[in-house]
Design a protein around this ligand. Structure first.
Ligand SMILES: C[S@@+](CC[C@H](N)C(=O)[O-])C[C@H]1O[C@@H](n2cnc3c(N)ncnc32)[C@H](O)[C@@H]1O
Length: 286
């Protein structure tokens, strides 16, 4: 191993050199910090501004050993079977989408706008990151979560068990479901929303590793998931209940227009994310 001493500095430079063909500098740095946080069992705040820290040989080897898979563009979260979302640790593998920071913003919005004792349905739950974070923070009276993927649901169930947060999981295809057997105060969804035309701009680590059923909308209709969920609100969202979506900024206005035309909502709104893009929808039902 060409690492002159046991400092994070040398190992980081080695990472940069090995991974320069697959990731930008900042991406390598972020991957490196995630690996260090995992194997050093230290909060990143404790070392990310001080790469002079010396680590022991076994820590060094564990972090070093990730490099061949990282070179193949396997996401670090799948290699560690772990990711952090809204201050909780989630088990992840390639059956579920790796939760994104934008989705944390959506969860934050819902938490700030709602208090306890709500009933909530999460459509397309994946790892369970949205519903479990809501359960942990606003203590809803009922939490349900639906997904079409059996594999994803088994990961969501594992996370629910690990975090000791109770959720009712439902295996169903939202595109063919006309009604659920409960009526909710809140329905939330981050459905598949990447258009076929966007595929060529997606990094290999996403395209070759994350489940396409979670990423892409294959139908001719690019907002089909949003339309189906809006339609479900007629029977499954209470009066004064709220529908929240994470959106593709490219189709945000189409979703807004469909929601307005449905005549189900007294107010409908697009909300920007931290990078200034229309990323979220909120509709308050009549
Ligand atoms: C963009 S991922 C979101 C996962 C998770 N909620 C998150 O925010 O990280 C979309 C999810 O929708 C699920 N899904 C795709 N098609 C579906 C369908 N027809 N019915 C129900 N769920 C579906 C996928 O399996 C995936 O877990």
């Amino acid at each position: 191993m060409q690492i002159s001493d046991n400092t994070l500095n040398s190992l980081h430079l080695f990472y940069q050199n090995q991974l320069k063909d697959v990731y930008e500098f900042d991406e390598v740095k972020s991957i490196f910090i995630t690996a260090c946080e995992h194997f050093l069992k230290k909060d990143r705040q404790k070392f990310q501004n001080n790469f002079n820290l010396k680590i022991n040989q076994s820590e060094l080897i564990s972090i070093y050993n990730l490099i061949p898979e990282l070179k193949k563009c396997t996401p670090i979260q799948y290699l560690l079977n772990n990711t952090s979302f809204y201050n909780l640790n989630f088990y992840v593998n390639n059956s579920v989408l790796i939760p994104r920071p934008e989705t944390e913003e959506l969860v934050d919005l819902i938490i700030k706008e709602n208090n306890s004792n709500k009933t909530i349905l999460d459509v397309g739950t994946g790892s369970g990151c949205i519903i479990l974070s809501l359960k942990n923070n606003i203590n809803p009276s009922i939490c349900s979560a639906v997904d079409v993927s059996t594999e994803a649901l088994s990961i969501a169930k594992l996370n629910s068990k690990n975090l000791n947060l109770e959720v009712e999981f439902i295996e169903a295809d939202i595109l063919t479901t006309t009604k659920f057997n409960k009526v909710y105060d809140i329905i939330v969804s981050n459905p598949p929303y990447i258009k076929q035309t966007e595929k060529e701009n997606i990094h290999k680590n996403v395209l070759n590793n994350e489940p396409h059923v979670a990423l892409f909308v294959y139908e001719n209709d690019e907002i089909i998931f949003y339309k189906k969920i809006i339609d479900l609100c007629e029977l499954n969202l209470k009066s004064n209940g709220i529908l929240y979506f994470e959106l593709n900024p490219l189709t945000a206005n189409d979703v807004l227009n469909y929601a307005k035309k449905s005549n189900l909502f007294k107010t409908t709104e697009l909300i920007k994310d931290m990078s200034g893009k229309y990323r979220f929808f909120r509709g308050l039902k009549y």
